[in-house]
Design a protein around this ligand. Structure first.
Ligand SMILES: [Zn+2]
Length: 104
């Protein structure tokens, strides 16, 4: 059975679940450092040759997929970079007022 990659809850066949795909690519801005000497470049290329090709590739492009339950999908979208303090719930937006949320 599939389970949520974030909280581990079981996701039965046919239940609502989400696939989050994260693509991380090196952001090359087209500018090479001008102070790089040719020898440095050659040393760098030699280092690349001796490196694990899979690791070198992951430094440039990495794609991961995660299955999330609806609650974890909402939590991910609320804070995709994990920049909120732990335990920080969703903050009420402006105009949300009435924190009690009572319905009569
Ligand atoms: Zn979950």
């Amino acid at each position: 059975m599939t389970s949520c990659n974030r909280c581990g809850v079981d996701l039965a066949a046919g239940s609502l679940k989400y696939l989050v795909t994260v693509n991380v690519t090196a952001d090359f801005d087209g500018v090479l450092p001008t102070q790089v000497e040719l020898e440095d470049l050659e040393a760098f290329m030699r280092q690349l040759d001796s490196e694990d090709p899979a690791k070198a590739e992951n430094d440039v492009y990495l794609s991961r997929g995660y299955v999330l339950c609806p609650a974890c999908k909402a939590a991910f979208l609320a804070d995709p970079l994990g920049t909120r303090a732990p335990g920080d719930g969703p903050r009420p937006g402006p105009g949300d007022g009435d924190a009690g949320g009572k319905v009569h």
